[in-house]
Design a protein around this ligand. Structure first.
Ligand code: ATP
Ligand code: MG
Length: 402
């Protein structure tokens, strides 16, 4: 007998009272989507659980894919059997045999189907005895077993599971709304995107691109980063905003020291407009307090003034090393450190204001009219759909989408 199922347990979402049905439905959809290339698997939902019937697909590959789905707390390989003692004995023996280095075990049986003739107390020794009889080298340890075999007798049959694997945690993507992630190509913003998705948020990305100062390869980097992020969810739209003219105008017509602050304000304004059109209720950035000139408390305060959308900053209180750890874990680090310039590094003034003042910034900004430039940038957005599983890139202009 072999493991023929993967058992999926939900964590936190099981606690979410009335929303529970909605969360579970979303998780089912997300698991099905993530496993769509495993043509033979069937995903089933029962109360508070999900089972993936492997149907001959590679158990480890399916496990790995499920481990990337947010909203899953833990997973185990499982054997499904008939509700009869002989089948159960065979199943526990197979399950324990897979754990090659295990010397001690424990059986924890639960009888949800009370029509089964043995109760849990009787089942434990009956099944444990079968293992002891067939495996000389193994003994029982009820306190610290190398492997704990869980046996659950349900109406639809019994499940035997062994080790628990960790799930990605969080909440199912799509269950808590949509946010626009401002994606730069650096190390931080993809991590911010990942952490936002982890809380059940669907994301779309906005990238400000300044050709010819920034190359096609810088743009490709952002698409590659998005592809990594999309492996945790569904397709992600990337809105590429032509930003050269606005940057040139800021550089030409405004005092150098306020250039960076005003450029950020323009980015945020445009992102809010895209968010509105796409039905996103928040904006996410990769800002981390005190990291660079644009991320002092004064800068954040002054930049943030242009929007009253919630700005989610998952990295606000993290150190660079903590951020890098996550970037490595989610495979974005190597892409982020590719050496192409982004639009901000090129126009960075020699001495940017690290403590800009709101009122002064507004006064300076108002001396030049940017409204037409903003409309023009919005009208020329290129939107690309990224699907981590397919590597397909469907292009379309922004206007086509509305
Ligand atoms: P990152 O590593 O994400 O680039 P950073 O430490 O370089 O961040 P900044 O350059 O100050 O910090 O950018 C702060 C945030 O502003 C970024 O995390 C990102 O969310 C947003 N941002 C910066 N540049 C761009 C861009 N070209 N397009 C879209 N968003 C951007
Ligand atoms: Mg950056």
């Amino acid at each position: 007998m072999q493991f023929d199922h993967i058992l999926i347990r939900f964590g936190e979402m099981a606690l979410k009272g009335k929303n529970r049905k909605h969360f579970e439905r979303q998780l089912l959809e997300n698991v099905q989507y993530r496993l769509k290339h495993f043509k033979k698997v069937i995903v089933k939902k029962t109360r508070g659980r999900m089972y993936v019937l492997l149907n001959g697909e590679d158990p480890h590959k399916v496990m790995e894919a499920c481990q990337q789905v947010f909203g899953i707390y833990s997973l185990s390989f499982a054997i499904h059997t008939e509700n009869d003692l002989e089948s159960l004995k065979e199943a526990v023996l197979s399950a324990v045999s897979v754990e090659e280095n295990a010397k001690t075990f424990k059986i924890s049986a639960k009888r949800a189907d009370k029509s089964f003739p043995l109760n849990s107390k009787e089942l434990n020794p009956a099944l444990g005895g079968h293992i002891l009889k067939n495996k000389d080298e193994m003994s029982v340890d009820v306190h610290h077993p190398d492997v704990e075999l869980k046996v659950e007798i349900r109406h639809e049959g019994a499940y035997v599971t062994s080790k628990d694997y960790r799930g990605a945690g969080g909440l199912p993507i799509g269950s808590t709304g949509k946010s626009m992630i401002m994606l730069s190509g650096g190390i931080d913003s993809p991590v911010a995107g990942y952490l936002t998705m982890k809380r059940g948020v669907e994301i779309e990305a906005v990238h400000f691109h300044s050709p010819p100062y920034t190359s096609e390869r810088a743009k490709q980097k952002v698409l590659d980063l998005t592809r990594e992020l999309s492996k945790y969810g569904k397709r992600i739209k990337v809105h590429i905003v032509p930003f050269t003219e606005i940057q040139q105008k800021i550089h030409r017509d405004l005092p150098d020291s306020y250039g960076m602050t005003i450029m950020r304000r323009m980015m945020l304004r445009i992102t809010e407009r895209i968010a509105k059109r796409e039905g996103a209720l928040a904006i996410t950035t990769g800002e981390s307090l005190g990291q660079v000139a644009s991320q002092t408390m004064e800068s954040m305060n002054t930049i943030n003034e242009v929007t009253n959308y919630p700005v989610i900053r998952p990295l606000a209180t993290m150190d660079k090393l903590e951020i890098i750890d996550i970037a490595e874990k989610i495979n974005t680090y190597d892409i982020s450190i590719r050496p192409y310039e982004d639009c901000c590094t090129i126009f960075v003034p020699k001495e940017p204001k690290t403590k800009p003042n709101r009122e002064k910034t507004v006064a300076i900004e108002q001396s030049v009219d940017f409204s037409e430039d903003i409309e023009k940038a919005l009208a020329s957005i290129e939107t690309v759909q990224i699907d981590g599983e397919n590597s397909s890139e469907e292009k379309g202009s922004f206007s086509e989408l509305f």
